[in-house]
Design a protein around this ligand. Structure first.
Ligand code: AP5
Ligand code: ZN
Length: 215
């Protein structure tokens, strides 16, 4: 099953991808995680991407399309995948469509995380990420069992550089301008499935499960 998770920063895409990956055994492909790892390793791509990410802007389309093309060619995507945070522009969606068409693959569902922007600031300022495995936690809504440590791997938890109020506001504006048009893009193709992402982590999880099992 090939899925796209679409939604604004902090909507819960990464949080829910963990559950779907576990349940269906398909990998989560997060362009944000791949870019952050390139930044941490100071690769040429990471050096280029960092200044866009620090400013809350989108990294150029050709860079992310290249990342996804390479990642989808990997054999662990043969049984399906979750694209988390990609596509984010119409140009990226067109490139993905061409890529999948050429490989005889198709998207099953585009899950749109419907959430009011007013809750996102609180979700993102309280988010803590694992430095080793990238899992996200929250200081109020998803607390780790041991303060400052990841439940999955014991790694150190940290706050993302772009989870600062000013940068979050920029990321939300960028989402509204450049990414939200993808909702009608995929609705027109009959692929858009909306979930109410304002509820608890568990309620969002069951809403997604209903879509995936066709209820
Ligand atoms: P990226 O890493 O993709 O960030 P994002 O889209 O801004 O989304 P987030 O990861 O911040 O949010 P999420 O929806 O996954 O929320 P989460 O589950 O963590 O991108 C970062 C940057 O990389 C971009 O700004 C851009 O520069 C670049 N980039 C990446 N992809 C790109 C692309 N395709 N093109 C161009 N540039 C690209 O949840 C957030 C918090 O809320 C957590 O603490 C969680 O515990 C908590 N939470 C989750 N669900 C709930 C709930 N239901 N109730 C209460 N709390 C909840
Ligand atoms: Zn971890």
């Amino acid at each position: 099953m090939n899925l796209i998770f679409l939604g604004p920063p902090g909507a819960g895409k990464g949080t829910q991808a963990v559950f779907v990956t576990k349940e269906y055994g398909i990998p989560q492909i997060s362009t944000g995680d791949i870019l952050r790892s390139a930044v941490a390793n100071q690769t040429p791509m990471g050096v280029k991407a960092k200044r866009y990410m620090d400013d809350g802007l989108l990294v150029p389309d050709d860079v992310v399309v290249g990342i996804v093309e390479e990642r989808l060619a990997s054999s662990d995507c043969d049984g399906g995948f979750i694209l988390d945070g990609f596509p984010r522009t119409v140009a990226q969606a067109d490139a993905l469509g061409a890529m999948l068409h050429g490989a005889g693959r198709a998207i099953a569902h585009v899950i749109s995380f419907e959430v009011d922007h007013s809750v996102l600031l609180g979700r993102l300022t309280g988010r803590r990420m694992c430095r080793s495995c990238g899992r996200g936690f929250h200081v109020l809504f998803d607390r780790p069992s041991v303060e400052g440590r990841c439940d999955a791997c014991g790694g150190e938890l940290f706050q993302r550089d772009d989870d600062k109020e000013e940068t979050i506001r920029r990321r939300l504006d960028v989402y509204d301008e450049q990414t939200s048009p993808l909702k009608s893009y995929y609705a027109d193709k009959g692929l858009l499935r909306k979930v109410d992402a304002l509820g608890t982590i568990e309620s969002v999880q069951s809403a997604i499960q209903c879509i995936l099992v066709g209820r």
